[in-house]
Design a protein around this ligand. Sequence first.
Ligand code: F6P
Length: 588
Amino acid sequence: MGTRTRASLSFGLRAGRAMRYLRAMVGLTQTGLTETAAWKDLVAHARELDGERIDALLARDPGRATRWVREVAGLRVDLAKHRATEQTLTLLVALAEARGLPAAIARMFAGERINATEGRAVLHVALRNRSGRPVEVDGVDVMPEVRAVLDAMRAFAREVRDGTLRGARGDRFADVVNVGIGGSDLGPMMVCEALHPHWIDGPIRPHFVSNVDPAHLGRTLHGLRPETTLFVVASKTFTTQETLANARAARAWLVDALGEGAVGAHFAAVSTNHEEVGKFGISRERTFGFWDWVGGRYSLWSAIGLPIALAIGFEGFEALLAGAHEVDEHLRTAPLAENVPALLALLGVWYANFLGAESWAVLPYAQALHRLPAWLQQGDMESNGKSVDLQGHSIDDYTTGPIVWGEPGTNGQHAFYQLLHQGTRLVPVDFLAALQPDWPREGTPEPLATMLRDQHLLLLSNVIAQAEALMVGKSLSAARRELEAQGLSPDEVARLAPHKVFEGNRPSTTITFDRLDPRTLGALLALYEHRIFAQGVIWGVNSFDQWGVELGKQLAKTVEAELRGSASASEHDASTEALIAEVRRASR
Ligand code: F6P
């Protein structure tokens, strides 16, 4: 075991002891995952594999370069650069079987209430079900309702885009502003960014306002014309503070310019809470519903995807659904050893639980995917950032969801890749790249078109090189030789060489696809969603609730009332009191 892995494991154990103590204080008992034979086999296997290098595995078995590539729905998932052998995969699959992953997948598709703490089914797969098969919750097929909402979205998107539906003064809509946060923002926003070439020449430009910071709405409205702006207020609960504050301010902006009577023509809503939507003044005809079995962070496939349909057209939105459905079918039917989302999940578990990785970096070599890491942060961390298992047992002897982070390459290379290559932490990486560029597009003039094509080649050479560099590294002797070749003195060579060593053996997955079109994007996102689900099953957590976001929301209400002076100061700690006093002073 490398010193770094040992150090991080020993930190993990110390942290585990502290957590055990805390859990004991609040009366939670412990879960049994680490006592299973499958887990213990993996612990032993990690020891056996200590010191094994990925590049050596490839050198001994070049066939691994093709055998460890999996294909699903137009995605080529290259697993060859993992610190893992066939035996590792066999043991990981055994763990998944021991944890009942196949049965859990079947339960999800069967509409069972697997979100146990909220008593809800989990059926984002129904939203993109193109099979014609019914999907039942408590014996009732949800597909007719799903199709009815899709039909309503299709009609609305078509009529806005072709100018049948217009603003209060008869203008065609040119901009749609989605007002929502979390899952009611990140999914559609990330998809619209990713599919920018599909709407840039179209009739509707999408915008997204999420932050309660007035700068977000203020800046977005600046430059928009009320006459041609459509707002979609997206909130599953329609109680989210940030969304309601932004929606009210947007409404005031519109009313100021066009009068109260314009609200009906310029506002639509996406929500499960028809009562609150009605109170806001949005009619039932302009409200697109969804269901409690759609988790916020899994909702872009529902009417929450309305801005996508408005921007790229409904056919594009359907292609997105179709790509996701293909991966759903794969998840449902492929044996675990061939099941790509399951394998990705298991390799993530391998690094997190057996090799001490604390985080996972997602690095798209596609500018269009620049918000993918943000979407995945909510998807993964809100789903699996849990420390209590489904039975209510405390989890204190293994880690659950990792810290997810990332930025597009090549920007990241000039920022944090230093840590990936030479830092003390093991960070497994996902690289993503499209083989065909979005740019140049048809009609791009020369010489720009040739230059842009050439830049795409630069982009691809960087992603390939980074994966190689992480794996191969550079030895001390190679670093010495390089410095000697530059003519440095022996002393200088000895002084500088250690700083130029790359230990390598750092794992990565490379996911490539032909082009970032709606169908491929849908497949990619579903792949990640199911990776999250499968990991949640291994860790025994409920990946579909999010109680951890509630405490801060609750306290913010108390603090807000105190800042407004509408409530007398309640008991806070001294530090919180000081911050409240500071804000009070500043706003006097
Ligand atoms: O605060 C977390 C959260 O509940 C997310 O799970 C959800 O996606 C987001 O807030 C927005 O919620 P809503 O769609 O109800 O406004």
